[in-house]
Ligand binder design. Structure first.
Ligand SMILES: [Zn+2]
Length: 213
């Protein structure tokens, strides 16, 4: 058995790390809420070495927690050991041209992790605003509801409101906002035109873009 297999199966241990990361985020808010953000991440290698980091504001851009943790790891160790994993309160970002990308320092965390060779990421909460999935690693989510809810509460402080489930730019959604979002993006990509598809939510999403929302 590889060490990494053990790590990712040991959910209790990884949940313990998520709790530490949540505590770090809260401490950051007490210490300096302008500088520290609402996501915590760590790199854990098969030898048990661990470097942690909170999302950090540097010169007006957000260095995401995964990047902070990876940079710290590389400061202390020459390279990331095979079998290392990322633990993060929020699933890694993957968009290249949304609001998150605009405010972010560097590439998406998905690209960063892909390049790092890390194959497994253990997350507190899935970021519903990130849909450009192109990860070369496996995402595993905590089954601990308390940790998930706390991670979500953190994320909800900065995720765009219109992406909250059951409402997209004020337009109510039936199950989730995927239809609205797809139509909205489709329309934006085509210069904000109306849609006439079979899907009402897709058309409504396009209509919101056409209305300049
Ligand atoms: Zn990120």
């Amino acid at each position: 058995m590889r060490a990494s297999d053990f790590e990712i199966r040991n959910h209790d241990k990884l949940d313990g790390i998520l709790v530490e990361l949540c505590e770090m985020v809260i401490a950051g808010q007490r210490h300096n809420p302008e500088r520290y953000g609402m996501v915590g991440a760590c790199v854990l290698d098969p030898q048990g070495n661990k470097t942690v980091g909170s999302s950090t504001n540097r010169n007006g851009k957000w260095v995401h927690a995964e990047r902070v943790a990876i940079e710290r790891y590389l400061d202390q160790h020459s390279e990331i050991l095979p079998g290392s994993i990322i633990v993060t309160t929020l699933s890694p970002c993957n968009e290249t041209d949304d609001d998150t990308a605009e405010r972010r320092a560097g590439d998406s965390c998905t690209d960063l992790i892909n390049q790092s060779g890390i194959k497994e990421v253990y997350c507190g909460y899935r970021d519903p605003s990130q849909e450009n999935n192109h990860n070369n690693y496996q995402e595993i989510f905590t089954k601990n509801l308390k940790i998930r809810n706390l991670s979500k509460q953190f994320a909800d402080t900065f995720l765009p409101n219109y992406l909250h489930e059951l409402s997209f730019l004020g337009s109510p959604c039936t199950k989730d906002c995927s239809g609205h979002r797809a139509g909205y993006r489709w329309s934006k990509d085509r210069g904000n035109i109306q849609a006439a598809s079979w899907s009402r939510s897709f058309n409504n999403g396009a209509a919101l873009a056409a209305a300049g929302r």
